[in-house]
Design a protein around this ligand. Structure first.
Ligand SMILES: NC(=O)c1ccc[n+]([C@@H]2O[C@H](COP(=O)([O-])OP(=O)(O)OC[C@H]3O[C@@H](n4cnc5c(N)ncnc54)[C@H](OP(=O)(O)O)[C@@H]3O)[C@@H](O)[C@H]2O)c1
Length: 254
C-alpha cells in the first residue's frame, strides 16, 4: 500500500532524471536531500526549489557514489538532518563504455564502479536506515537495456543495469514478509528520456522530454510499483519483444 513519503533522498540530482524528479517532488511538497559531485548545480537547484516552494526543506551534499564510505556517511547525515528518510532514489549513473576487448577497460570499469558498486553501497546504506526505522521506500533506477545483452558501447552499461534490476528484486524478495511490511522496493526501467546522458546518444523518435520523463518516473514511484518500464508506453511492450527476440535482431537495436 502506498503511503506519503515526505523526506526523499535523490542521488545524481545535479542533472537529467534526478534533477527532473527533484522538481516534481518539490511541487508535491516533499522535503529533499539531493546529492551528486557537482555541488554548484545542486546549490542552484536547491535555491530554485525553495524559492518556488517555501514550505519545503531542501538540503544538498557532495557525493561521489564510488566513494562507498561517503555513501553511508552522507545518507546518515541526511537522516539526522531531516529526522528520518522515507524514500531513497538510487539514480546516480554513468553511461560511459566501449566494446569489450578494444582497449577501454578503464571506461568500462568506471561504469561498473558507479552503476554496480556505487549502487550496492546506496542500497546497503538505505536499507540499514529503513530496517532500523521499519519503514522506507527504496527506488533503484535500472534501464530497459537490462533486459538483454547489448553490443558496442552499451555492453557494460546494459550489464550494469541488469545487475541493478537483479539487486533490487533480491532486496524486494527479502522484504516481502509481514514483518517488513513498511519497506517497499521499486525497480524503474526507463526507455529514452532527454538528459545529459542521452544528449550524447543518437536521436530517436522514442525519446521523450526530460519533463515528461520525470513526471512518468514520479508517477511510477508514487504508485510504489514493484517494477515499471518508463514511460510505460511503448516500453512495457518493447521490453517483452526485446526479451524474446533473436540476438541477431537485438543487435540491430543497440
Ligand atoms: N535518460 C535515459 O533515457 C535513461 C534511460 C535508462 C536509464 N537511465 C538511468 O537514469 C539515471 C540518471 O541518468 P540521466 O539520464 O539523468 O543521466 P545524466 O543526465 O548524465 O545524469 C547523471 C547523474 O548522475 C550523477 N553521477 C554520475 N556519476 C556519479 C558519481 N560517481 N557519483 C555521484 N553522482 C554521479 C551525475 O552527477 P555529477 O556528475 O554531478 O556527479 C548526474 O546528476 C542513470 O542511472 C541512468 O543509467 C537513464
Amino acid at each position: 500500500m502506498s503511503t506519503e513519503r515526505k523526506n526523499i533522498v535523490i542521488t545524481g540530482a545535479s542533472a537529467g532524471l534526478g534533477e527532473g524528479m527533484a522538481r516534481e517532488f518539490a511541487a508535491k511538497g516533499r522535503n529533499l536531500a539531493l546529492c551528486a559531485r557537482r555541488t554548484d548545480r545542486l546549490a542552484a537547484l536547491a535555491k530554485e526549489l525553495t524559492e518556488a516552494h517555501p514550505d519545503i526543506t531542501v538540503t544538498t551534499k557532495a557525493l561521489d557514489v564510488t566513494d562507498t564510505d561517503a555513501v553511508f556517511r552522507v545518507f546518515r547525515e541526511f537522516r539526522d538532518e531531516l529526522g528520518g528518510i522515507d524514500r531513497v532514489i538510487a539514480n546516480a549513473g554513468l553511461g560511459k563504455g566501449q566494446p569489450i576487448g578494444t582497449g577501454y577497460f578503464e571506461a568500462n570499469k568506471q561504469t561498473i564502479e558507479t552503476n554496480v558498486i556505487g549502487l550496492l553501497a546506496q542500497c546497503e546504506a538505505a536499507m540499514e536506515i529503513f530496517r532500523e526505522q521499519e519503514a522506507g521506500h527504496l527506488v533503484v533506477v535500472s534501464s530497459v537495456s537490462a533486459v538483454r545483452g547489448m553490443r558496442g558501447n552499451v555492453t557494460t552499461y546494459a550489464a550494469s543495469k541488469a545487475a541493478a534490476a537483479s539487486l533490487a528484486e533480491g532486496i524486494r524478495a527479502q522484504h516481502l514478509s509481514k514483518d517488513t511490511a513498511g519497506i517497499a522496493v521499486t525497480t524503474l526501467l526507463p526507455g529514452y528520456i532527454e538528459s545529459e546522458m542521452t544528449g550524447r546518444a543518437n536521436k530517436t523518435p522514442l525519446m521523450v522530454s526530460g519533463e515528461k520523463g520525470a513526471k512518468a518516473l514520479v508517477s511510477a514511484i508514487e504508485a510504489e510499483k514493484a517494477k515499471a518500464y518508463v514511460p510505460w508506453w511503448p516500453w512495457t511492450v518493447l521490453a517483452q519483444v526485446l526479451r524474446f527476440a533473436p540476438l541477431s535482431l537485438v543487435r540491430k537495436l543497440s
